[in-house]
Design a protein around this ligand. Structure first.
Ligand code: ADP
Ligand code: ZN
Length: 639
C-alpha cells in the first residue's frame, strides 16, 4: 500500500481546487485522518468501529487507489464506498444492477442525513425531484446508477463535468463470463476508464472464485488495485442439506424451528413457487409466490409486504431477493438445488444479514441437476456461446457435489472460494452437528453399489444403477436382462433418493467416478477395487429424522462475539420495539430494517437506555436517527 504522504498532496489539491470554500481537506497526519474517519462513522452511521477489511477498503478509497473488495453478503460492503464519499466530501458514483436495492440504500442513507440519490429508469417523480435538488445545490455525494442509464450519452456528458471522486462497481462479478451472473451490459463499464481517466475504480462483490476475481481486475483494467478479500465463512449460518422427501412437510418443519420470522423459499420454476405457497396456506402458514411471471404491480406489492414485515414467508424463484435486503431473515430454504455454489452462497447469504444466527436448508434431489442442465443448455443456444455453457455446467457440477457429500458445509464452502477453513468442527452444519447417521452396514452397502456398476458394464448413469439395485422391473432393466444379475434387487429396501446420496458420497470419496459430458455414467477406478477387496473401509452417512434444534448463537459475521440471546422479558421489549419500528417505517414508506436493524433493536431491548445520550451509545444509532426516532423508542422503552 502507498505511503500516506505520497498521495495526500494530490487528493488535497483536487478537493481544494474544486471546492475552495466548503470542503475540509483530508488531514495529512494519520492520527488526525483516523479521527476524522471515526467521527464521520459515528455521525453518519452511528457505528463505533469499522470491521477489519472495511478499514483497508476505506483507506484505499481515500488514497485514490483502485481496489477489488470481496466480502460476503452482510459483510458491510456498502459502507466501504459510502464513508469515503462523506469523508472526502466529494461525489462517488455507484454502478449497481439492482434498482430495488439502490432505492433501499438511498432511503437508508437519507434517514442518516446523507445526500444520496439514484438514477435509473424506474425513478419516481419524487426520486427525480430529490436527485435534481441535490445536483442543483451541489450537495450530492453518493449517486447510484443502473448501467443502462450510465451509458446514455447525455448522462455521461453530464457526469464527466462533475467532480467525481470515485466509481464503485457493485456486484462486480456480473462482468465475468466465468461468474454465475454474467451480464453482457456490464462489459461496457470498462469504457469508463477512458471517460474518467485518473478516477479510481472500486469493484465490490460477495462471491468470486479466484478465477472470477482475476477476470474482474482484467476487465475493469484495475491499476495496481488493493485486493481485499474477506472471510467467506458465515459462522452465524447453520447449513443443512437434506434429500427432498415430502417437500411440504420438510418446509413446514423448517419454518416450525424458527417461529414467526422471515423465511425465503427458493424454487426452480414459477409453478413450483405457486404450488408450494398454496400448500403452505392450507397448512395455515401465510405465504406468497413470487416470480418474474407476475405483474409488476403484484411483484411490488409482495416485496413491499415482505419488507414491511406484513408478510414473512415468500416462495420464490431467483427473481426474488435481488434487492430484498430484509436483514432479519432467519431461514432460507432451497426447495431444489441451485445451479451453482455462487448462487447458493448468495441466496443463503440473505439469511442473518444482521449477524444473528439463522438457518439455510437445502432440499435436493438428483433430478434438480438434470433440470438445470437442460435449462443451461437451452440458454446456450440463445447465447450461441459454447464456452459460457461449459462454464455454467462446471459450476453446476460443483453444486451437485456439495449437496451429495458428507463433509462439513462451512469447510466445503470456504474451500470452494479458495480459503482455508481451520476449525476442526464448525458446530453449525448437519455434518458437524452429527445430524447425519453412520449407516450401520455402510461398507457392505458400498460394495453392493460398486458391484452393480461393475455387473451392468459401467455404461449407465446413477438412476439406472439405482433401478437395478432396487429391483425395478421396468422395461429397460428387463430388456437388458439385468433382472438376472446377482446385484438385482440387493438394496430394494432403500429409497432411490438415499441410494443416490450414497452414490454421491462414494464419488466424493473418489472410489467411484461420474464421467463428464451430456450423459454422465458411473465407472470404477482403482480405489473401487480396494473397497471390493475390503482393503479400504467406507463409511456412508444418511440424514437423521426430525430436527428440532434452532441455530445456536455463535459468532457474528465480523468474527466478533454475538451478544447473548434475549431473555423472556427482553424478548417482550424487543417485540414492542419491533412494532414501533414497523409503524415508523410504514409512515415513512421505507422498509423497517432501514429504520433500525434487528441487532440495534436487540441491543436497545437489552440495554434499555432512558436518555438520549445513552441511546446514542447503541450500535446503529447516530445523531440523525436519534433526532428522528429517539423519542418514539425512548417512550416505548419507558413503558
Ligand atoms: P453487504 O452489502 O456487504 O451485503 P451491507 O453493506 O448491507 O452488507 O451491511 C450489512 C449490515 O452490516 C448492515 O446492516 C450494516 O448497517 C451493518 N454494518 C456495516 N458496517 C458496519 C460496522 N462497521 N459496524 C456495525 N454494523 C455495520
Ligand atoms: Zn461443519
Amino acid at each position: 500500500m502507498k505511503n500516506i504522504s505520497e498521495f495526500l498532496p494530490t487528493a488535497r489539491s483536487v478537493v481544494e481546487s474544486c471546492h475552495p470554500l466548503s470542503h475540509t481537506a483530508l488531514p495529512v497526519n494519520l492520527e488526525d485522518r483516523n479521527r476524522l474517519l471515526h467521527e464521520s462513522l459515528e455521525r453518519w452511521f452511528g457505528f463505533s468501529s469499522l470491521r477489519p477489511l472495511q478499514k483497508e477498503a476505506v483507506d484505499a478509497a481515500l488514497d485514490g487507489r483502485d481496489a477489488l473488495v470481496v466480502l460476503p453478503t452482510g459483510g458491510g460492503k456498502s459502507l466501504c464506498y459510502q464513508l469515503p464519499a462523506l469523508v472526502l466530501d466529494r461525489l462517488t458514483v455507484v454502478v449497481s444492477p439492482l434498482i430495488a436495492l439502490m432505492q433501499d440504500q438511498v432511503d437508508g442513507l437519507r434517514l442518516n442525513g446523507v445526500p444520496a440519490a439514484a438514477s435509473h429508469s424506474n425513478l419516481s417523480a419524487a426520486g427525480r425531484r430529490e436527485l435534481n435538488q441535490l445536483i442543483d445545490s451541489g450537495e450530492l455525494r453518493i449517486l447510484f446508477v443502473a448501467p443502462e442509464r450510465l451509458f446514455r450519452e447525455d448522462f455521461l456528458q453530464w457526469l464527466t463535468q462533475q467532480d467525481v471522486a470515485a466509481i464503485a462497481i457493485d456486484e462486480a462479478h456480473c462482468i465475468s463470463q466465468w461468474g454465475h451472473d454474467f451480464r453482457p451490459e456490464y462489459r461496457r463499464i470498462s469504457e469508463l476508464r477512458e471517460r474518467f481517466p485518473g478516477v479510481p475504480m472500486h469493484a465490490y462483490t460477495a462471491t468470486a472464485t479466484p478465477q472470477v476475481r482475476e477476470d474482474i481486475c482484467e476487465q475493469l483494467q484495475l491499476q495496481d488495485p488493493a485486493v481485499l478479500i474477506g472471510t467467506f465463512d458465515r459462522p452465524e449460518l447453520t447449513y443443512r442439506v437434506l434429500p427432498r422427501q415430502g417437500l411440504i412437510d420438510q418446509v413446514v418443519e423448517g419454518i416450525g424451528r424458527h417461529g414467526d420470522t422471515a423465511t425465503i423459499i427458493y424454487c426452480i420454476s414459477r409453478k413450483d413457487t405457486e404450488t408450494l405457497a398454496k400448500q403452505l396456506k392450507s397448512r395455515k402458514i401465510e405465504a406468497e409466490a413470487y416470480h418474474a411471471g407476475l405483474s409488476a404491480g403484484e411483484r411490488t406489492r409482495i416485496s413491499a409486504d415482505f419488507r414491511a414485515e406484513r408478510l414473512n414467508v415468500v416462495c420464490a424463484t431467483v427473481a426474488f431477493g435481488m434487492g430484498i435486503d430484509r436483514s432479519d431473515v432467519r431461514l432460507v430454504v432451497h426447495a431444489a438445488m441451485p445451479k451453482s455454489i455462487e448462487h447458493y452462497q448468495q441466496e443463503t447469504g440473505r439469511a442473518g444479514r444482521d449477524g444473528l444466527p439463522s438457518e439455510c436448508l437445502l432440499l435436493y434431489s438428483g433430478a434438480d441437476a438434470a433440470k438445470w442442465r437442460m435449462i443451461v443448455q437451452r440458454g446456450g443456444e440463445e447465447y450461441g456461446d459454447d464456452e459460457t455453457v461449459r462454464a455454467q455446467l462446471a459450476l453446476l457440477n460443483h453444486m451437485q457435489r456439495f449437496a451429495g457429500r458428507a463433509r462439513c458445509r462451512h469447510r466445503s464452502l470456504s474451500e470452494y472460494f479458495g480459503q482455508d477453513y481451520n476449525e476442526p468442527s464448525c458446530g453449525a452444519c448437519d455434518v458437524c452437528l452429527n445430524e447425519l447417521d453412520l449407516v450401520p452396514d455402510s461398507h457392505v452397502t458400498a460394495q453392493k453399489i460398486l458391484s452393480a456398476v461393475a455387473r451392468t458394464g459401467q455404461r449407465y448413469g446413477a438412476s439406472y444403477v439405482i433401478d437395478v439395485l432396487r429391483g425395478s422391473k421396468n422395461e429397460k432393466v428387463m430388456q437388458r436382462g439385468h433382472n438376472e444379475i446377482p446385484t438385482f434387487g440387493l438394496l430394494k429396501d432403500l429409497p432411490a433418493m438415499r441410494l443416490g446420496n450414497f452414490i454421491d458420497q462414494l464419488i466424493d470419496e473418489s472410489v467411484l467416478v461420474r464421467t463428464d459430458g451430456e450423459y454422465p455414467v458411473l465407472v470404477l477406478n482403482e480405489a473401487s477395487a480396494e473397497v471390493m477387496r475390503s482393503t479400504r473401509q467406507i463409511e456412508l452417512r444418511s440424514p437423521k429424522g426430525g430436527l428440532d434444534q434452532k441455530p445456536r448463537r455463535r459468532r457474528s459475521a465480523a468474527g466478533t462475539s454475538v451478544a447473548r440471546e434475549l431473555n423472556g422479558s427482553e424478548h417482550e421489549v424487543f417485540d414492542r420495539l419491533r412494532a414501533v419500528r414497523r409503524k415508523l417505517a410504514s409512515d415513512l414508506g421505507v422498509p423497517p430494517y432501514v429504520v433500525f436493524s434487528d441487532a440495534t433493536l436487540e441491543e436497545l431491548a437489552r440495554e434499555r437506555p432512558t436518555t438520549r445520550s445513552q441511546m446514542l451509545d447503541i450500535k446503529g444509532v447516530g445523531p440523525k436517527k436519534l433526532d428522528s426516532f429517539g423519542p418514539q423508542f425512548l417512550e416505548a422503552l419507558a413503558e
